[in-house]
Design a protein around this ligand. Sequence first.
Ligand SMILES: C[S@@+](CC[C@H](N)C(=O)[O-])C[C@H]1O[C@@H](n2cnc3c(N)ncnc32)[C@H](O)[C@@H]1O
Length: 274
Amino acid sequence: MTNPNRLADHYQRALRADEVLAQIDAHYPAGPTLHQLAPLDQLHIGGVAASSRLLERLNPDAHCKVLDIGAGLGGLMRLGASLGFQMTGLDITHGFSALNKALSSRVTQPDSIPLTWVTGNASALPFADNGFDAVLFQHSLLNMPDAARVIAESRRVLRPGGQLVMHEVVSGPNMAQLRYPVPWASSSEHSHLMTTAELTRLLETAGFRLEHMEDWSKIALEWRQRQRQKEQTPRQAVLSPQWVFGERFINMGKNLVDNLAQGAIKVVEIQASC
Ligand SMILES: C[S@@+](CC[C@H](N)C(=O)[O-])C[C@H]1O[C@@H](n2cnc3c(N)ncnc32)[C@H](O)[C@@H]1O
């Protein structure tokens, strides 16, 4: 099972929450848009475009109540709320849940549905059975050593016919070449990548029916290469992942490009129903 303190230390060590909020207030006094927050709060490969594609797999009328497992700083949650989903975000890193909430209070989205934030562990979800229409994982299962238990918990909280949608990193054919640090782990301690075959077998064993599977590795690499170019220009961006990871992100960003280019990792989208 995940050691919450050690994982939280990885994510919170360099997090400058007060400075982040001061920076946002100084640059966006009327409140930031979702796109302005994206370099900070979309902590996955593919940014806001990847989150939009993920949510397009769901319909707010049929899948209104959505649980985002490992919600981080909440980019996917706020985007979902703007599209009419009722979003609950669960994260084991309390500093992330707190900043997620503070960021949400600064965004002005008049038609947005209120959000719910919970600090907790995906291995023991603090929710009743059958309470959600959909469960999302976006670059969070990759941190979880007990994926079978997490998937079983997801199944438990989904209603019959509910949907599970993932945008995840999985191991590639050259997994042995994987270079650390990456944003989700400084070393192998917090990185728990499976092959696509292992992941789909796990889903089927837990009673899910696979509906869709797409390899996004090519567009993920192109997107990360574009980000890397921006990160190397001398002009300082208003927000960036460095506000979360500090100087470590320079190597993390470079390693992501190398890991994708060398086939150490792949990025996939998976949808399954129960
Ligand atoms: C790489 S971040 C991705 C955050 C967010 N999903 C995104 O894409 O912007 C992974 C997140 O998963 C959370 N996480 C990892 N293991 C968890 C667990 N067992 N239960 C709940 N959250 C977890 C971490 O705290 C972190 O916020």
